[in-house]
Design a protein around this ligand. Structure first.
Ligand code: ZN
Ligand code: ZN
Length: 380
């Protein structure tokens, strides 16, 4: 069991203390034990550090929750690493001005360190068949991702006591300095070079991850592709991106961009399906019922009316793709009629066509409409 004092007791608050209660308690205790007010007093120095540690944990919602659940003996060890809490430099002015909040929140990658405390987002592309986009599928893919190293559990150190808080940045991972440009001053904040933004120094680095705390691992990710998905849609898998560099940060997200393969005869327009259907002259003139196999399992029945013309479209409602994002119903299938020219004619077929020509008369009278149509076709 740990010999450490209870954090709530250290600050003199009860377990239901609000954020502002904590802040008030910290302010008064930190002022009381501040080294500037207690020079050369090791007892006060120890109390000052204790108060800081208690506030650092309790003012961070994540850390407080863990502490409430497990006390000082939480699984995974102390958030400070085996070296324990090193204390941070807070001036009396910081305590008065409230500047301590950003200092403490930066310890755990909250607040001002948000940017680098979360692991990187990843984007992968996944190709699925047209049929799978139509019906939706549960899919799986394997990715190589920077994960928390399993050999050192993310500490980056071979031994539990090999990690200490970076002295250059006091564990903040970032340094702010003031630059003067002529009469102007500007604050520049950048990642600490001593610890490369991690806030920790590793003395004997873990062999598997060279002290990074993260290592490339391949992992399988399961995901669901909703029916009716279109190419370019990105699925988001929260927390499946890279692990953060900072041990207490959150992993990034994984985005899967779906690419839908083309279909042999269907063309897609949103949730509608377009297709061209080659039909013989005879079928156009006399009408026909044609069945086409369809992705949804039951054949499409295309009803060509007698006297149809090439270029006309037959719309079959509610047989297209399901509307995405939970919309009800489906798009339409639009069938464009095209005239199919016979490649070879039997002798008897030729003879019959000859008779047909004699019957209908040769050629067509050329009208302005036909010329316009020809011009339109050439343009498109
Ligand atoms: Zn490691
Ligand atoms: Zn540092």
């Amino acid at each position: 069991m740990s010999q450490k004092r209870d954090y709530y007791e250290v600050l003199g608050v009860n377990r239901k203390a609000s954020d502002s209660d904590l802040k008030k308690a910290f302010r008064s205790k930190a002022r009381e034990f501040h080294p500037d007010k207690n020079p050369d007093d090791p007892e006060a120095e120890a109390r000052f550090k204790e108060v800081q540690e208690a506030y650092a944990i309790l003012s961070n919602p994540d850390e407080r929750r863990k502490y409430d659940m497990f006390g000082h003996d939480r699984p995974g060890g102390s958030p400070w690493g085996a070296g324990g809490f090193q204390g941070v430099n807070i001036s009396i002015d910081d305590i008065f001005g409230g500047g301590f909040d950003s200092i403490f929140s930066s310890l755990f990658g909250g607040g001002s360190r948000q940017r680098s405390s979360r692991g990187a987002d990843l984007l992968v592309r996944q190709t699925i068949s047209f049929e799978d986009a139509f019906t939706g599928i549960d899919d799986e893919l394997e990715i190589d991702v920077l994960n928390r190293c399993s050999s050192c559990d993310g500490s980056g150190s071979q031994t539990p006591d090999g990690v200490r808080v970076c002295p250059t940045c006091d564990g903040r991972g970032r340094l702010t300095r003031v630059e003067r440009i002529g009469p102007f001053q500007q604050q520049v904040t950048q990642d600490c070079r001593a610890c490369r933004g991690g806030g920790r120094i590793v003395q004997n680095p873990c062999k598997s991850c060279s002290g990074e705390g993260r290592a490339e691992q391949s992992k399988k990710v399961k995901f669901s592709v909703p029916a009716g998905i279109d190419s370019g849609t990105r699925l988001r898998l929260s927390g499946h991106g890279e692990s953060p560099r900072n041990q207490n940060g959150k992993p990034g997200n994984l985005y899967i961009e779906i690419e839908v393969e083309e279909h042999d005869w269907f063309e897609r327009d949103g949730s509608d399906l377009l297709m061209a259907l080659p039909v013989s002259y005879v079928d156009l003139v006399l009408g026909a019922k044609i069945e086409i196999p369809h992705i949804d399992g039951s054949p499409l029945k295309v009803n060509i009316k007698a006297g149809s013309k090439p270029g006309e479209t037959i719309t079959i409602l509610n047989r297209g793709l399901p509307f995405p994002r939970g919309g009800r119903g489906r798009g339409a299938v639009m069938v464009l009629l095209k005239l199919a020219m016979p490649e070879k004619l039997s002798r008897s077929a030729k003879k019959q066509l000859q008779e047909l020509r004699d019957d209908l008369g040769s050629g067509v009278s050329v009208t302005g409409d036909i010329i316009d149509e020809a011009r339109d076709r050439r343009r498109s």
